[in-house]
Ligand binder design. Sequence first.
Ligand SMILES: [Mg+2]
Length: 331
Amino acid sequence: MTALCGPNKHLVGRSRVAPSREASLAANAKTLTRQKGRISVRIRYAVVDVDDVLIATAETLDAAAEAMFAPLSRRFGQGQAIAVGREFARSMAIGIRRLRACDRRPDDEYADLMRRTARWQQGLTEAGFEVKAWSRHALVACALQACALPVSAAVVEEAANQYWATVAARATVYPDAALFVRRLRDAGIAIHLATGSDGFLTFDDARQTFTYVPEESARLKLARLRSLTSLDFGPDDITVADPVGKPNPDFYRQVLRRFAAVAGREVVLERTVVVGDSLTNDILPLLDLGAAHGVWLLRDGASAVAGSWSHPRVTVASSLDAQEVWNVFSA
Ligand SMILES: [Mg+2]
C-alpha cells in the first residue's frame, strides 16, 4: 500500500478507503466513464508544475540575463559586466542540467555551485531555512564573487530585479497548456499547481549574507505567475515552494494538503498524475509518496531521453497535447 502523507486526514491510500467509499468511487467511475466516452475517471487529480510546463519561462532566460548587463555595466564597466554575465550563465547552465537529469545524485559542478550559494545564504540556514537553490539573487552574488567584485544589496537587487522583471514581462502561457487544462477540467480532473521558489532574498550589507521572508518570496512568485489567471488559476490553486522547496517531500505534503482543501475532498494518490519538466524535482518525489504516474515534459528534447531511459510509472513527452499524455489520463 501507499503510506499516508503525514497526519492529514484528507490524504488516503487505497487500502485506507472504507469499503462503502470504495464502492461509491467505483460506481461514480462507471457513470462518469459512460458520460465522458474515452476519458476514464481512474485519474481524478493532477499536480502540475508551472515553469516550462504551463509557462514558457526558459525562453525568457537569455533576455533576462542580458537585462542585468546595464546595471552591472554602470557600476563596474562593460568588461566586468560581461564577465559577471558569463559566470551567471555558467551557473544557470549547471542548474538547468541538474534539473533535467535522470539521476538524483548531483554532479560535482552542481555540488560546488550549491556550496558557494549556501555560503551566501548562511543567514537563511542560521534562521532555520533551507538554501534556496534557484535564487538568482544568490547566483548574482556568486558571479560577483567569482569576478572578485564587491557584493552589496544595491547591486544584487538592481540586477535581480531587472532579471525577474524581464521574465515576468516575456513569459507567456503555452498554447497547448490552455487546451490541456480545459480537457482535464472537462474530464472532471482537479488540478493543483506546484511551483518552485524563485528565492527572492534580501542582502544584508553589514552581515554580508542574505536574509529571507518566505511569505514575501511566495508573494513575488505569485505576482510573476499572474498570466496563469488566463487559465482560471487563482492563488489558492498554486502552492509555491517557500519556505520548503522541491524536491523535499514536505513540500509535496503541503501541496496535497492545500489541494485537498481547495478541492473539498480527499486527494487519492493512486488517482493522481504529476506533470513536470524535472524528473527529480517534480515527479519522483510525488511518485515516492504514492502518486499513480508521472508525465515528464521535455519540450526541447524528449526524444533524446526516451531512447536511453525508462521508468514504469513515468511517460516522457515533448508537448502537453501529445497522444502519450492523453493515454496516461485515459488509461
Ligand atoms: Mg518547471
